[in-house]
Design a protein. Sequence first.
Length: 318
Amino acid sequence: MVSEIHLSDDLGDSNLTVSDFANTLDAAIRTLLEEQSTGLIAGGKISNKLVELEIPEKLVVIGDIHGDLRALHNILKKIKIDKFVLNHNNKIIFLGDYVDRGLGSIEVLYTICSLKIQHPHSVVLMRGNHEAPVEFPISSHDLPKRMTERFGRRIGTEIYQTKIMDLFHLLYLITIIKGELFLVHGGVPTDLSNITMKFNEIVPNETGLFGDMLEEILWNDPRILPDGKDWENSRRGLGKHFSSNVSKNWLSISKTKVIVRGHEPCNGFKLDHDGMVLTLFSCNEAYPKFSVGYISTSGIRLHSIRNGFDLSEMVKIL
Ligand SMILES: [Mn+2]
C-alpha cells in the first residue's frame, strides 16, 4: 500500500524509505502500463504516448518543477489537491522536468507517482527532456548522484537504472485537450512536409518514441525567425528553434488554439508567436529571480479562450 499524499510544511526532514520509494515507482509503472494497454482514461483516450482528452471540468497544468518540492507542495495546496482529484473529470497535467537542479528530485518523483497511483484518471504525467531516454547523448540530470547519496551506491544505482528509467519511458509525449490545447514539454516538430501524416502517426508506434520527432518534442523552443525560415539549430545541443509558421501549422492540424509547454525558465509564464505558444514555469528553488506559475481554470472558461493571451489570464502566480 502506498501512503496518502502528505503535504507537510517541513520539507527538510524526509522520512521516505528506500522501500517506500521503490514500491511507489513500481506501482506507478504498473498503473501506466495498464492504462496504456487498455487506452482508457476518464473523459478521453490514450494511444501509446498520446493522451486525448475532452474538455475537463477543472484543469490544472504545471510546468517544470526541477526538484523544487516546496513549489510543488505550494501549488498542490492552492488547488486543494485532495478534493480536486476526487472528480475523475478534473485533470492535473504535468509537463515534465520533474528532476534535476533542485534538492528534492526524489521527493518530487515520489509525490507525482503517488498522485498517479491513487488517482490515475485525474493525473497526466508527461515527459521532459530531463527524463531523457538513455539513447540521447546528453546526461540530463543529477539523479544518479542524488540516488547514490540517499540510498547508497548499489541500491541507488539499481533503482535508477531499472525502475526510474522504466518510469521515464512510460511518460506521455503529447496531450491534446480537444478543440483547445496542444501540450508538450519542449515544442512542436519543425518538418512540415506530410504534417497530416505525421499528426496521424503520432498515435501508435512500437517504441513509443515517434521516431525522430521525440527529440524535437522534448527539446524545441519557440523563436522569431526570418520570413520563410521555419527552424534553426538550438544552442542546447539537441532540438531546434521553431517559427510561428510551425506553431500555426500544428495548431491547425490538431484543431487546437494554444500550444502549452514548459522547458524555458521564465517568470511563471510567457507568450510567444502572437499568443500561439504559452510557456509555463513552475519552480524557483534553482531560479530564485522567478515566480512559480501554473494554469488553474474550469472547462467552461477554457472553452471561451481564443488564444494564449486569453489563456494567460488563467495562469496563477505564486
Ligand atoms: Mn526542459
